[in-house]
Design a binder for this molecule. Sequence first.
Ligand code: 13P
Length: 260
Amino acid sequence: MDKHRKYIIAGNWKMNKTSGESVELADAVIKEIGDQASVDVVLCPPFTSIAAVSSVVEGSPVKLGAQNIHPASSGAYTGEVSAEMLRYFYPTYVILGHSERRKYFNETDAFINEKVLAAFAGNLKPILCVGETLEERESGKTLEVVDTQIRGCLVDVSEKDAENLVVAYEPVWAIGTGKTATPQIAQEVHDSIRHILSDLFGQEAAQRIRIQYGGSMKPDNARDLLSQTDIDGGLIGGAALNAKSFTDIVNAAVSLDSEE
Ligand code: 13P
């Protein structure tokens, strides 16, 4: 099997870990994965740990990601952080449009779109999260919801920028619940996402864009999910808070990559 895309395993630490704990976790991850570079590994700590984790990952193959940005570069936006401010810590990625931000902070596709454009302008690669709620799935609206989110969040993104985009399919009903989408359910949605991306950016670009799965991915289900044709990585919440479970998922991707 040749998927032509490099796996990307990212840990979304959400609102967890003090800066001291973040250093410990990042250190342990780096020790465990060594200098392997066949899989992209990304750590997304909270803002308060960005500086500390930036120093830890420097010189290692592990990349740094943020969990959010504001679209403006500076200004009167109390409590917010811009891509401009982050760039001193050399982050590579930024998670945007996570369902928790949509739900608890009322982020809309239009606002997320502004952030996506600001991320590209600031040399950050967006990890754009999309996914349906349980109610939407049960009423047969999954593909419609995902289609609306992707198109709404990617207005005015160029084909060239799109190649630096990562999409994360995170069914809301699978996040933090222990309920994982079956590999077949996930693959079906990933395949549809690639068709939407192809419609927006052309087939060649769409083949290069990596689509991660997120939602209760754990060491024991990672291999089955990652072996699907259109699943190019994982966005890991709970299991990323522990070095062993996170690196076990990374190692599942490394071993699949070596079998290709
Ligand atoms: P869990 O892995 O805890 O389900 O979280 C997934 C997620 O939301 C990653 O962004």
